[in-house]
Design a binder for this molecule. Structure first.
Ligand code: HEC
Length: 152
């Protein structure tokens, strides 16, 4: 076999392996989960939500965002899908007039990053919580590596 063919096969295998890591339906175009975790911390989302992996995010003002990837609807209005979540994070009231969730004033890029992080929570092949980032106290309790929430 020619080297070019081998390289082609290797590339295809790598692409297939990437696909296996997160379901396509949960991928946020242009979103970066690691940056999103920082965005969520800085935006103070934890003042109202329980968000695993985000320091101090243990509040119950709004619904807990645990296992977000498994949630059916965003704000009870739109099917839970990447573009809908991004739209919600940018302007909740535009989707659900009168909602108690305020706009955090995120940029489009910040909203995409935050959404990418939320989809790491409860995804089918659940990625571990990044090393050095414990589950929030009182939310899931300390767990051995890899830190994954038990499934029912
Ligand atoms: C002042 C409190 C508050 C802050 C701050 C806040 N939220 Fe919310 N959030 C809420 C409330 C209340 C709801 C429920 C709204 C509804 O269903 O109409 C909600 C709903 C949501 C939902 C949909 C939940 C579901 O089950 O449908 C997501 C996702 C979300 N918030 C993410 C965030 C993110 C990310 C941030 C930070 C950028 C944030 N929230 C900041 C109060 C807040």
């Amino acid at each position: 076999m020619r080297p070019a063919n081998l390289a082609c096969i290797a590339l295809l295998l790598m692409v297939a392996a990437c696909d296996a890591e997160e379901p396509a339906a949960l991928r946020v175009a242009g979103g970066d989960a690691r940056r999103g975790q920082a965005v969520i911390l800085a935006a103070g989302c934890g003042a109202c939500h329980v968000i695993p992996g985000v320091r101090g995010a243990v509040a119950w003002v709004g619904p807990p965002l645990t296992e977000w990837a498994r949630r059916g609807y965003v704000g009870g209005r739109l099917p839970n899908a990447p573009e809908n979540l991004v739209a919600w994070l940018l302007d909740p009231a535009a989707i659900s007039p009168g909602t108690a969730m305020p706009s955090a004033g995120l940029t489009q890029a910040q909203a995409r990053d935050a959404a990418a992080y939320l989809y790491t929570l409860g995804a089918a092949r659940l990625p571990p919580v990044p090393a050095g980032m414990p589950l929030v106290p009182g939310e899931g309790g300390p767990r051995p590596e890899p830190r994954m929430r038990p499934r029912a």
